[in-house]
Design a protein around this ligand. Sequence first.
Ligand SMILES: *Cc1c(COP(=O)(O)O)cnc(C)c1O
Length: 385
Amino acid sequence: MSHNDFIYADNAATTAVLPAVADAMLPFFTEIYGNASSPYEIGRRAKSALENARAEIAHCFGCDAAEIFFTSGGTESNNWAIQSIMKQKSKESKTHIITSQIEHHSILRVCQEWEKEGGTVTYLPVDKNGLVNPADVEKSIRGNTALVSIMAANNEIGTLQPLQEIGGICRSHNVLFHTDAVQAVGHLPINPHDIPVDLFSFSAHKFHGPKGIGGLYVNRSVNLPPLLFGGEQERAKRPGTQNVAAAVGLSTALSLACQEMTERNEKIRKLRDLLIENVLKIPGSSLNGDPNQRLPGNANFCFEGIEGESLLLMMDMHNIYCSSGSACTSGATDPSHVILALGVPKDLARSSVRISLSHLNTEEDVRQIISVLEEAISRLRRLRP
Ligand SMILES: *Cc1c(COP(=O)(O)O)cnc(C)c1O
């Protein structure tokens, strides 16, 4: 990005808000700032913008507007889906959840809380590429299984799960299926008519929209109880004054992402493949995640004998921003639970670095990343005691 003095390669953590998205949001701060529940002109205009945003989002997913609920983001959507379904299903003595070992913490921590309350959770293992085996899902379903929650795309290694097969198994056993689609929405087509899914979570800031807004798709056939109680907003399922500007930002970003998906992905894949091809020439390097079933912009590597955190610092000194494992856990020196689940030994897992690209990156960015990585790794290896 020539207008910046840094290279941003951490798009799995968050993305830049596109100027067109910010422009669409602006009037709702300073002109049309009415409460969407208020009956007068600027309230009605806010309400209509909110409902247009919902309709536009539904159009991108090929679902009904009534199936889209606005939330504060991916974390809230995941919490809402799991907590509310379990509260409802436990009344029928269905207290078992099936998930995977490589979920985002906003799924894993909720499941751990559920265990503390006396529920049971199966954390499915993944293969060396990070794939859940659908047969494992089927084998784990019991009479008291209420919910299967398996992510669409992993935030660290980019592996895409076989949602079609997993969803089909859930349908045939009459078990609800939720997917954390935060990394997939806006990057790959997600359509609840093609994938047998009952609920999915998404978040605007992962596809060039604003932070602090996301949504939950809830299939018409599911009567999801609320997580929060208060006003009548979002049909009393998610009370609180709606963030109209952010909802407009979300829908604008999603529409652009859907319209431009093919072109963006063609560019991003080319850049990512250039990156992977060259980084794998570095001695002692390896790619984490599935070589084919992965997000277009994700590359995640291990480097023998390297501390990922030190490598990040050296990249930072060259104004290149990337991540070691998940941004939410950085600071902690523990190796990533995702990389460990692949069967990577602890020491090697500590060396993992994630480089996540967007369509705003250039070939020049990638060449710069490769050259700085090469240099930083050989320096760190020379410095080794
Ligand atoms: C970022 C992310 C979340 C959390 O979304 P927020 O909107 O930041 O709360 C959840 N799941 C995955 C896979 C993510 O990448």
